[in-house]
Ligand binder design. Sequence first.
Ligand code: GLN
Length: 463
Amino acid sequence: DCALDDAVKLKDLNAFIKLTPELALHQAKESALRYHEKQQKGPLDGVTVAVKDNFCTKGITTTCASKMLQDFVPPYNATVYERLVNAGAVLIGKTNMDQFAMGSGTVDSIFGPTKNVWSKSLENNDWCIAGGSSGGSAIAVASGICYAGIGSDTGGSTRNPAAYCGVVGLKPTYGLVSRHGLIPLVNSMDVPGIFARSTSDCVDILNAIAGPDRLDSTTISKPYHPIALPEPEQIDLSKIRIGIPKEYHCTGLSPEVLETWAKIADILEDGGAMVKQVSLPHTPSSIYVYSILNQCEVASNMARYDGIEYGHRADDDRSTEDLYAKTRAEGFNSVVKNRILSGNYFLLRENYNKYFEKALRVRRLIANDFQNVFENVNADENVDILLTPTTLTDAPLYKDFISLSNRDQCAVQDYCTQPANMAGIPALSLPIRLSQQGLPIGLQLMANVLNEQLLLTVTRWIE
Ligand code: GLN
């Protein structure tokens, strides 16, 4: 009840597209009843969660913050949501996002932008963005409305808002968590993400949702071993090697972020870890490769929205062709339309090798860079964890952010985050506040594929 009251008071933040109070009460009663009758305790009994509005929820609208899906009510549940509910969690609402998860601000939603709870004022465009595209879930957790949030992460959409809102944001290994029922953006990079206020809350959620799913053939078939976090005082950093990739010292990095990054590296070294500089030489190319691959997959994924089977249908009966065209013209915003056009251009027969194929090759080089630092044949060269900033600055003001085009926004916002999606490795944003003043800053930790246990253990030590 309390969480829902708060949600109503905090409605100015615009974190939710839909609140689900009746469902929340029903789910809470169900888990209480289950306990009463069968003495069966769910690992998340009564834990309030908010789910990004691109995860299908049976009987509850799933809009992707777009006109195209404004009235879409899925007939099935995303696996992530189903597993949360089976573990006893309670859905308090579906959260705001950039349309079809294309963006990094949660400013491009037909329901209006989400405002950052850390803003000095929520008036007169003087407020900060929440980051995106999963800004609604990040704010739902940061403002104390609920314990955990679910987002998606294709190029940084969980870690970016986690950094700006001062919460933990985890992008697990690609394939560790099912994408079934997550409306796709870039199938080869999309991963469900987790927002929580602490590493241990994040682990509880991950343990409930991870593992193979026969409804998603890209899930890793190996059984999932739940993560057990050691107590902070039992964590021994003496065998841990931390890499600081020099390519992340890039233009636009603010002095505060640089200071925070250096400070945490020093703290890890003082704690016994070996900290050394490493190189991921293809990092600067990553943003271009991401942009090409993203737009090509978008061009293909968005083809399903034609006004025939589901979603928005324009009022046009001149011809099927006209109906498609009008439906798509009305249903998509300009960001989506631009990506469809560019993607189709890159995929033209005469351009295919020049763009798409080349981008795939460079993607391999980017993934190899990570492999070289985690699994080098010369074992002395290896590191276990990479430490970088999550974003170049703290949360920008809305008015400054929207003065840039979506492409320029992403080029800055995704710089540090999207390489991890190229390689499918796990990455986490940890909130750091060196002083009580100012906005939160996020540092990113990355580990080798399926090394969530180590990633979360080191994070817990820092926390
Ligand atoms: N900003 C990136 C984009 O717009 C990342 C989005 C995401 O991770 N969903 O594509």
